[in-house]
Design a protein around this ligand. Structure first.
Ligand code: AMP
Ligand code: MN
Ligand code: MN
Ligand code: MN
Length: 313
């Protein structure tokens, strides 16, 4: 009889434990999404090669991956080739820098054709502008006695664009701040010595290059623009009007509250919803790959008609 009681209590404990465990697992670690439609390699300001990036995505369980380097499509062919070997559906992407009413916003292009001439030429022009801007940034840093930053930044930018992230790495390496985040605050944002006012592409131009190449234009990380409600509504309406089809709802820099907020705005404005980590390499940026939750219920995913997504779920 003693034995019987012991068995019962073990059974109860087991039941209780497994229910609790299941709940705990759900709360802490919801099944991550197999999609990642926003990531960077060393072709822009990421730290992994396209090959390493795709290998990392595979290890993290990503099944549909877009490489979206800033203003550069030079990593797509390599990434696509490696993705094929890892059973990852690869999406040609890019993240275009745009100036909209004196603010910088980013437009992700998904399923772009890397051969589309206006896209190729448009991105070339942005990259030329990036070089001129980098010279301006270096001149500003020279003025406060920080020399050699142009060469220093370029030493990190071997395969594509030059960006503030490359200056940030140089400034950390040379001991001007303790980490990347501190260096941005101290030197690389508006009003600081290494900031240089720059005009990026026009919104209609960027959307036109993307859609003209057969791609889908998606407003990147809308939660990062620090726009009030009215200006956000103006941006979304204009983006839609110009042919933009989606917004990022789940992205590495959004809070869970923002997932809900932008899911509602996507619904309200008739946008498809996108999801991507904005991964820049180990220890850089917001979130690792393979960690983002699914889109909130009610979103229409940007991949809804994609053959690449058919094998998923
Ligand atoms: P750029 O396009 O040259 O202005 O560089 C922008 C990039 O810098 C972004 O894509 C981020 O990767 C990075 N970045 C911007 N602000 C910060 C920050 N506060 N801390 C770390 N990285 C940042
Ligand atoms: Mn970046
Ligand atoms: Mn961005
Ligand atoms: Mn990005």
């Amino acid at each position: 009889m003693g034995e019987g009681l012991a068995n019962v209590s073990v059974g109860l404990l087991f039941c209780y434990d497994s229910a609790w465990l299941t709940r705990a697992v759900h709360v802490r670690d919801p099944m991550p999404s197999p999609f990642d439609l926003h990531s960077h390699s060393i072709v822009s300001d990421g730290t992994l090669t396209p090959t390493q990036l795709v290998e990392h995505a595979a290890a993290q369980g990503v099944r549909v991956l877009a490489l979206t380097d800033h203003d550069d499509i030079g990593g797509l062919a390599e990434a696509a080739e490696v993705a094929a070997r890892h059973n990852i559906a690869f999406i040609n992407g890019v993240e275009v820098s745009v100036t909209w009413h004196k603010r910088t916003i980013h437009v992700v292009g998904l399923k772009v054709s890397p051969a589309h001439e206006p896209l190729v030429k448009g991105l070339e022009a942005i990259r030329a502008g990036r070089h001129a801007r980098a010279e301006g940034m270096a001149a500003g840093l020279d003025e406060i006695g920080i020399t050699g930053s142009l060469e220093g930044a370029y030493s990190y930018a071997k395969r594509g664009i030059i960006s503030r992230s490359h200056f940030a790495r140089f400034l950390v390496e040379t001991g001007h701040a303790k980490d990347i985040s501190a260096v941005f605050k101290k030197y690389l944002v508006k009003g600081k010595p290494g900031y240089f006012e720059h005009r990026w592409a026009e919104l209609d131009g960027a959307i036109g290059w993307i859609t003209g190449s057969g791609g889908v234009a998606v407003l990147a990380h809308p939660g990062r623009y620090d726009l009030g409600r009215t200006n956000m509504a103006t941006l979304l309406a204009e983006f839609r009007e110009l042919g933009g089809a989606g917004i990022e709802v789940v992205t590495g820099s959004h809070t869970p509250e923002q997932y809900g907020h932008f899911a509602r705005l996507a619904h309200q404005f008739g946008f498809l919803a996108s999801l991507g980590s904005d991964y820049h390499g180990p220890g850089h940026g917001y979130m690792d790959m393979g960690r983002l939750p699914d889109l909130p219920p009610g979103c229409v995913p940007v991949w809804q008609d994609w053959p690449e997504a058919e094998a998923i779920h």
